[in-house]
Design a protein. Structure first.
Length: 54
């Protein structure tokens, strides 16, 4: 078995479903979604900090 990362492993798509033209809307690589989640955490944390200063 090949131990290299498959392109399919980069996406959070259900492997039992055939996605047609998933490049058009919504599907993002896992790395992009993780980065987005990190930004959301930073924004929420900054908002709470700012609210505490008021």
């Amino acid at each position: 078995m090949d131990s290299r990362l498959s392109v399919r492993d980069l996406w959070s798509l259900d492997s039992t479903v055939t996605f047609l033209n998933h490049w058009s809307f919504g599907a993002c690589p896992k790395q992009v979604l993780e980065f987005q989640q990190g930004l959301r955490r930073r924004i929420r944390k900054a908002s709470r900090r700012e609210a505490a200063c008021r």
